[in-house]
Design a protein around this ligand. Structure first.
Ligand SMILES: [Zn+2]
Length: 223
């Protein structure tokens, strides 16, 4: 029996084995980022909530991973080296370093990927209800401009699966899209998928009453 089912009364209702949740972690990719040649992934649900996805399946060395502490704020850090592994007090990471893979963990909140193919530079932001209210995606777009002179029109932005109405009362994916469009972003992609609608593929903090796993969003500049 999956550990998830033992831990969570809510999860028992969906019986991970009966609906075909894989035991081995797999990754979702986004066509716009694939077309841009950007190594990336969004991990799909596995039977064990605490089983980390294998980033090597994305061609990424796990030693290269850096992550944000994720305090539901709007802090952004510029990553210069693969250390420290966890950046405190931030919910977004931006880098122009090849060989550094950015990681954000989500279950209902959105992971937002940002890419300027000309610098090239890449970013990953955790934007849920609070972070979207605090306009972290707008701050990240400003970060690209201040650090690298990236015009918003050049950025490619992808919004991951996240919880959406009617499963959640706030449409923060729409807030994210509005922030990006207001900044002048043209290449804006939202997968449109609701995590709580697809418990066979995603963990949902809300739908599973807080006892669940996390998806990993990972991105890295091409070699
Ligand atoms: Zn839904």
């Amino acid at each position: 029996m999956a550990r998830l089912a033992r831990q969570s009364p809510a999860a028992v209702e969906i019986d991970p084995e009966s609906i075909g949740i894989p035991d081995r972690p797999t990754w979702q990719s986004f066509p716009a980022l694939t077309a841009a040649g950007l190594p990336h992934g969004f991990s799909l649900r596995t039977r064990c909530a605490d089983r980390p996805p294998l980033v090597r399946d994305l061609g990424i060395d796990s030693d290269c991973l850096v992550e944000a502490e994720q305090t539901h704020g709007n802090g952004i850090a510029f990553v210069e080296t693969p250390t420290p592994l966890i950046y405190p007090d931030v919910d977004g990471l931006l880098t122009e370093c090849r060989g550094v893979a950015l990681k954000i963990r989500v279950a209902d909140c959105a992971a937002v990927y940002l890419f300027d193919p000309e610098i090239p530079a890449v970013g990953l932001v955790h934007s849920g209800r609070k972070g979207s209210e605090a306009q972290i995606v707008r701050k990240a777009i400003q970060g690209f401009r201040s650090r690298w002179g990236s015009p918003a029109e050049r950025l490619i932005i992808q919004v991951s699966p996240c919880i959406r109405p009617p499963h959640y009362e706030v449409d923060f994916a729409q807030q994210i899209r509005e922030q990006a469009l207001a900044m002048g972003v043209r290449s804006l992609f939202d997968c449109g998928i609701c995590t709580a609608c697809h418990l066979d593929r995603y963990f949902s903090y809300r739908a599973e009453k807080g006892i669940t796993g996390r998806m990993w969003a990972v991105v890295m500049l091409p070699p």
